[in-house]
Every structure is written in C-alpha cells, then in structure tokens.
Design a protein around this ligand. Structure first.
Ligand code: NAP
Length: 208
C-alpha cells in the first residue's frame, strides 16, 4: 500500500520505519521540506521517498498525520479527500495553545482534524503508546500477549484498513467506537500510556 506520512518526528518516523519494514511504500513529509528528510528516506531504502506535505498527502492511499494538534489548520484538505487519515495526535495545551472546546471536553482533537478535512475518513490510532515503546513492543508481542492499540473512527472501512495495518506491525487493534469516543484513549484517560495488552484494553474500554 502507499502510505503518506505527514509529520515525521518521534511517532511519524517510527511509523514510517514500521510500515516500510512491513512492505509498504511510504512518502515522508515534515514542516521543513523534503531536503531535510533525505537521511530518513535513505535509511528506509527504496520503499521510501521524501516529499512535501501536499505530495505525501496525494501519494498515500492512507495518510498518517503525526504532528502537533495546534498545526492541523495548515493541512491541505483536497489531497486527503476520500482517504483514510490516521490521526496520532494528542492535545497538549502548553504545546498546542489553548482550545476552549478541547479544554472543556466539548469535542476532541480528532474531531477537529475531521472538521478540517471534511472529506477524509479520520481514524484515531497509534496515539496511546510512547514512540519508543511503539518502536519495540510490536516485535515483542507473542501469541500470549499482544499489546493493544485503540482505534476510533466513524467510517467502518477506514477503521478496518487501519486495523489491518496495526496487525501488520505486531499489535492488536481494539475498536474504541466512533471518532468522538477517541476521548476514551486521549491524554488523561486510563488507557493512555498504559501499555495494555489487547485483552486488557478490551476490558478497560468495555468493548466486546
Ligand atoms: N512522542 C510520543 O511518544 C507520542 C506518542 C503518541 C502520540 N503522540 C502525538 O503524536 C503527534 C506527533 O508527536 P511526535 O512526538 O512525533 O512529535 P515530534 O517528534 O515533535 O514531530 C512532529 C513532526 O510534525 C512535523 N510538523 C510540525 N508542524 C508541521 C506542519 N505544519 N506541517 C507538516 N509537518 C509538521 C514536524 O516537522 P519538523 O521536524 O520539520 O518540525 C515533525 O516532523 C503529537 O500530536 C503527539 O502529541 C506522541
């Protein structure tokens, strides 16, 4: 599959590595431009290419957005229309600036991204685990214990697609419900940074 990765820091860079290793083609983009990503693309080999944000978004059948939530406003909407967009973001007001609707839990950061990308199919995933754990724990999963990754979104097919990717990199996807339910796996929730197994996540989230 072709995967565009917008934001190639701790989490986006980790996902680029995991997805390339799983056999996907990745286009990686950041705020500073493709020239700054040649090292990462070289490391990832022939399946990777540096790109602008616009080009990575156009390239991907699936697009990962992995950047500070406060920067979502600048993302181009057209190239992501109709696509599955994975939102790894977490709202930290000290970094992102205060957003009253988020501060008062009237909405979630993923719903704000969905509002900004109205024709995309936003799925919140890969947001609960520290990036260095995400890098390692999939490889350490066994039949007895697979770490779980909550997935929330409004589009069933998009969630299925993201869940397949989660499985391919060694984790158990756990359906957390609709996009608004992303609040159940955002900062401050019991499952956030808890490194739970899939079974433990199901119990915590009360999912079948
Ligand atoms: N760190 C974690 O363990 C962790 C775990 C789960 C979820 N998260 C969440 O995932 C998101 C990414 O976290 P991170 O730790 O990976 O952040 P990070 O290391 O600071 O990387 C952020 C990336 O976003 C890029 N970026 C910033 N503004 C941009 C823009 N306007 N257009 C395109 N790219 C832009 C940056 O580009 P430049 O390098 O050019 O500045 C950088 O590649 C955050 O919302 C974070 O809260 C983090």
């Amino acid at each position: 599959m072709r995967i565009g990765i917008v934001g190639t820091g701790h989490v986006g860079g980790t996902l680029a590595r995991l997805f390339a290793k799983a056999g996907h083609e990745v286009a990686v983009a950041n705020s500073r431009g493709p020239d700054t990503l040649r090292g990462l693309a070289d490391e990832l080999g022939e399946r990777a290419r540096p790109a602008t944000v616009e080009d990575a978004a156009r390239f991907g059948e699936v697009v990962v957005v992995s950047m500070p939530v406060g920067r979502y406003d600048g993302l181009p909407a057209d190239p992501m229309a109709g696509k599955t967009v994975i939102d790894t973001g977490n709202y930290y007001p000290e970094r992102d600036g205060h957003h009253p609707d988020l501060d008062q839990d009237r909405t979630t950061s993923s719903e704000l991204l969905q509002r900004h990308l109205p024709q995309a199919r936003v799925v919140k995933a890969f947001n609960t685990m520290r990036w260095d754990h995400l890098r390692e724990f999939g490889r350490q999963s066994s039949a007895q214990r697979r770490y779980g990754i909550p997935v929330s979104g409004d589009d069933v097919d998009a969630k299925r697609r993201v869940s397949d990717l989660i499985e391919q990199v060694g984790y158990e996807p756990v359906d957390a419900g609709r996009l608004a339910e992303g609040r159940r796996h955002q900062p401050g929730s019991p499952v956030y940074l808890a490194d739970l197994s899939g079974a433990e996540l199901h119990t915590q989230l009360g999912t079948p």
